[in-house]
Design a protein around this ligand. Structure first.
Ligand code: NAI
Length: 307
């Protein structure tokens, strides 16, 4: 089989100045994509900014013989998001691949969360993903081809203490992706979403060093590149990925139960076991009840021991 390549393709990667985004951009560029490296350049909380982070990644790509341009706009700004796509069209004539990856954290328990911390996180993650994709969409539709890879989180899919703002934004991105998959279908546009686990400045003070060592961002990017390729026909899918472990995550519905005519809360109580039953098919699908369990599955799959 021919190696997956991106010759003639143009990719936009948001938040590509470091961490996962940098790794995605380098991999795509190493396989022939022309890349717009977007990064605002602030800290983990989204404070500050500058051009160095994006510039450095562009230099790395160019030093490896690839083609890239930098963009320093914030995805959470409508005009800024548009400028990322405009830069792709101006520098490379089009856009084929949109990787929405930029993100920040403002963790607080729900009881202490301020409206400002809610707005900021929704703006960067959810609105940022909307704005960049909205700017790209007419181009993708017109050329009848596109690949969108969005970034959710185990926190969004399963919940996590202290991340109400972040988990709501991230599950919003998952909902958006699944609708993009429906609406993009007749235009050759596929949209998928990943829930990564990786060592980055976002996790370097949360996970133990031994785990961080096993979770290089480079172990997430091959999935992102596959989903960005012409070879991949999947759309509307969710994936858990980290350290070389990749699994499809599915939203499933039980067989349910029915009530004849009017029914009471007591009837609901009587049939509670039937309502709650979700039979997982053959194979090894399991319920995951929190982001720690998502990471736990990866630790188990990779055989990491902390003794
Ligand atoms: P990171 O902090 O290294 O990367 C995020 C990048 O986005 C930074 O380079 C930052 O400068 C940039 N950025 C922030 N706000 C921006 C804005 N408004 N406009 C443009 N760029 C902006 O963190 P990491 O881990 O690489 O995160 C990448 C994505 O993966 C994020 O969406 C994050 O929420 C998600 N994620 C990461 C996990 C992990 O284990 N590292 C777990 C689950 C999700």
């Amino acid at each position: 089989m021919a190696e997956i390549n991106f010759d003639g393709r143009v990719a936009v990667v948001t938040g590509a100045g470091g961490g996962l985004g940098r790794s995605h951009a380098l991999l795509l560029a190493s396989r022939g994509a022309k890349v717009v490296v977007n990064d605002l350049g602030g800290n983990r909380a989204g404070e500050g900014g500058g051009s160095e982070m994006a510039d450095q990644v562009v230099e790395e790509i160019q030093a490896n013989g690839g083609e890239a341009v930098a963009n320093y706009a914030s995805v959470s700004d409508l005009e800024g998001a548009k400028s990322i796509i405009d830069d792709a069209v101006e520098a490379f004539g089009k856009v084929d691949i949109v990787i929405n990856n930029a993100g920040i954290l403002r963790d607080k328990s729900f009881a202490k969360l301020t409206p400002e911390e809610l707005d900021l996180v929704l703006k960067v993650h959810l609105y940022g993903t909307f704005y960049v994709t909205m700017a790209a969409w007419p181009h993708l539709r017109e050329q009848n081809y596109g690949r969108v890879v969005n970034t959710t989180s185990g926190s969004g899919l399963y919940g996590n203490f202290g991340q109400a703002n972040y988990s709501a934004a991230k599950l919003g991105i998952t909902g958006l992706t699944r609708t993009l998959a429906h609406e993009g279908q007749k235009y050759g546009i596929n949209a998928n979403v990943i829930a990564p686990v990786a060592a980055s400045r976002m996790t370097d003070d949360i996970m133990p060093p031994k785990l961080l060592e096993a979770l290089e961002p480079e172990n997430v990017s091959p999935l992102v590149a596959f989903l960005s390729s012409e070879d991949c026909t999947e759309t509307g899918r969710i994936f858990s990925v980290g350290g070389g472990y990749v699994a499809r995550v599915a939203i499933v519905e039980g067989a349910g139960t029915t009530f004849d005519g009017a029914f009471s809360p007591d009837d609901v109580a009587d049939k509670w076991d039937d309502i709650m039953r979700v039979e997982l098919g053959e194979g090894s699908a399991e319920f995951t009840s929190g982001v720690m369990e998502q990471t736990g599955k990866i630790v188990q799959a990779l055989g990491i021991s902390f003794d």
